[in-house]
Design a protein around this ligand. Structure first.
Ligand code: NAP
Length: 284
């Protein structure tokens, strides 16, 4: 029941009406017996600073930040976690006694989805398609796990090069043209482009059957549809596939841990519980 002690959290973005975060987090509070409430606020960029002032004044415990504010929000926060700084995006804010801390849980969710499948990331060869925020978060997560090499594929090689410069010219990174993917071998191929989701249904950024080997994992960050064209082709070619749903779930679980450190019961609140909630709410 909402009362005078209810802790407040929210999502800042635009649009936010279709976000699954309020459903997931409110269900979590319910299940875990935490007296908190999570709302979604549609905030235009011009009102971002005011919304941050509001969070402080009203003593919000924290917030999530979604498109298009993940970069813009950073200037209004007091501290930014070093991985979030490297990625150049914050998706989780924690208010600790009026001081706002910014984190990125997308890269944590991205890696957790691989770890729960016992994928050994040490020294593997990775291809990543696209150079946007999701690609950047994935690359930072993979570098933290000590992968061997990461080839970044872009429609404009200079965008891949710019991304490498932002990531301190890490020697494991190369920027390549799409055509070159067919002459190389990879253990993990990641689709970090919007190709495969609305309005690009039925389109894959590469011809999957010409890439990789039997053991190559094809990981699409898209979760809706659950099987993109990239994953459909991978399945038909009898490759290992993984969609973006676990990444989405785990970025939320990590955000909860940042807000309510110590109150999250790992047994009670895990991927299975979240999947059940999403199914009940017809989200998946
Ligand atoms: P984005 O910035 O809009 O696009 C990512 C990159 O894809 C762009 O930088 C671009 O790279 C490439 N791209 C864009 N349109 C393209 C087109 N028509 N053809 C070929 N390449 C194109 O998106 P994002 O925020 O990084 O997200 C990428 C994907 O990850 C989306 O599908 C998103 O839904 C998904 N995602 C999932 C989660 C999750 O929790 N599962 C979280 C975040 C994002 P180049 O210009 O260099 O080619």
């Amino acid at each position: 029941m909402i009362n005078g002690k209810t802790k407040l959290l929210c999502l800042l973005g635009t649009p936010v009406a279709h976000s699954f975060s309020p459903i997931m987090h409110n269900a979590a509070f319910n299940k875990l017996g935490i007296n908190a409430s999570y709302m979604a606020f549609d905030i235009p960029t011009s009102d971002l600073q005011k919304s941050i002032d509001g969070l402080k004044v009203m003593g919000f415990v924290g917030a999530n930040v979604t498109s298009p504010h993940k970069l813009e929000i950073m200037q209004y926060l007091d501290h930014i976690d070093e991985n979030a700084q490297l990625i150049g995006a914050v998706n989780t804010i924690v208010n600790r006694e009026g001081i706002l801390y910014g984190y990125n849980t997308d890269y944590l969710g991205f890696i957790e989805a691989l770890k729960i499948r016992n994928v050994d990331l040490e020294n593997i060869r990775v291809a990543i398609l696209g150079t946007g925020g999701a690609a950047q978060a994935s690359i930072v997560g993979l570098l933290n796990e000590n992968v061997g090499i990461i080839d970044i594929f872009s429609r404009h090689v200079n965008k891949g090069q710019e991304l490498i410069e932002k990531l301190n010219n890490n020697e494991k990174l190369s920027a390549l043209e799409y055509d070159t993917i067919y002459s190389k071998s990879y253990d993990l191929v990641i689709n970090a482009t919007p190709l495969g989701m609305h309005p690009y249904e039925g389109i894959s950024p590469i011809e999957v059957d010409k890439v990789g080997e039997d053991k190559t994992i094809f990981y699409d960050l898209i979760y809706n549809p659950s099987e993109s064209e990239f994953l459909r082709q991978a399945r038909v070619s009898k490759r290992i596939t993984l969609n973006g749903l676990d990444m989405l779930i785990y970025q939320g679980i990590y955000a909860l841990k940042f807000w309510f450190d110590g109150l999250i019961d790992e047994e009670l609140w895990n991927q299975k519980t979240v999947l059940e909630i999403l199914k009940e709410a017809n989200i998946i």
